[in-house]
Design a protein around this ligand. Structure first.
Ligand SMILES: O=C[C@H](O)COP(=O)(O)O
Length: 253
């Protein structure tokens, strides 16, 4: 049995208004037993809601995170948000290199790595996303693509305490499709092996999340797979009942 604390993280993407605080209040209401079972809970709302939800969740088992940060600490960069600003707003973590940012904003592995360095400077837990496209999987390149992203997006400063990797096959995001359990196990085992080779004992503390169409009805199977230390949940994290059901499946492992 792993000593890593499982993490269920919700990525709200570009969803959520002030009224969404009510959903988080419902999450707080159900989070106690899940946290007592040793599961870490994180919600990453849009930047506009970080301060509001950080205040709301203070003293609760739910932490708040960002969905991106700029590598630089401050300066004349209109529209960008530094990792230090996320911390100042109450964030404890940040998602980096999500495939939607890689696709929508042209983020390369080198950019993701620089952002991860910025997050490290600010003291944030870093959740670095990797994952192959459908074409890459069809070409038999899933493991090699993930290995390359892992090697090039994760900085040398990574430690067991501050690095989380989220394996999110691009074709599984928001589609209702998921890889087979065997495919998830293959990728997670490969990632653990690569992290061990690079980081030695620190790799044992690095949590590996699966993300892509995680729902209450498939969570138990996915979360019980070897080397799956939790989930990065998109659509299902917008509803307290679904998010708590997924986290509850993790608590029941
Ligand atoms: O960051 C979360 C993922 O992109 C998964 O999204 P999804 O659960 O809506 O498929």
């Amino acid at each position: 049995m792993s000593t890593r604390r499982p993490l269920i993280a919700g990525n709200w993407k570009m969803n959520g208004l002030a009224a969404s605080a009510a959903e988080v209040e419902r999450m707080i209401g159900g989070a106690g037993p899940i946290a007592s079972a040793g599961v870490d809970l994180l919600i990453c709302p849009p930047a506009t809601l970080i301060a509001r939800l950080a205040a709301l969740t203070t003293g609760s088992p739910i932490a708040i995170g960002g969905q991106d940060c700029d590598p630089r600490p401050n300066g004349a960069h209109t529209g960008d948000i530094a990792a230090e600003m996320l911390v100042d707003a109450g964030a404890a973590a940040v998602i980096l290199g999500h495939s939607e940012r890689r696709a929508d904003h042209g983020e390369t592995d080198a950019v993701v790595r620089a952002k991860a360095e910025g997050a490290h400077r600010a003291g944030l837990l870093r959740i670095v996303c990797v994952g192959e496209t459908q074409a890459e999987r069809d070409a038999g390149q899933a493991v090699s693509v993930v290995a390359r992203q892992l090697a090039e997006s994760v900085p040398d400063t990574a430690t067991g305490a501050d690095l989380v990797i989220a394996y999110e096959p691009v074709w599984a995001i928001g589609t209702g499709l998921t890889p087979t359990p065997e495919d998830i196990v293959e990728i997670h085992a490969a990632m653990r092996g690569l992290l061990r080779t690079r980081f030695g004992a620190e790799a044992e503390g690095m949590r590996l999340l699966y993300g892509g169409s995680v729902k209450p009805d498939n969570a138990a199977v996915i979360l019980n797979l070897p080397d799956v230390d939790g989930a990065l949940v998109g659509g299902a994290s917008l509803k307290a009942t679904d998010f708590l059901a997924i986290a509850g499946a993790c608590a029941g492992r």
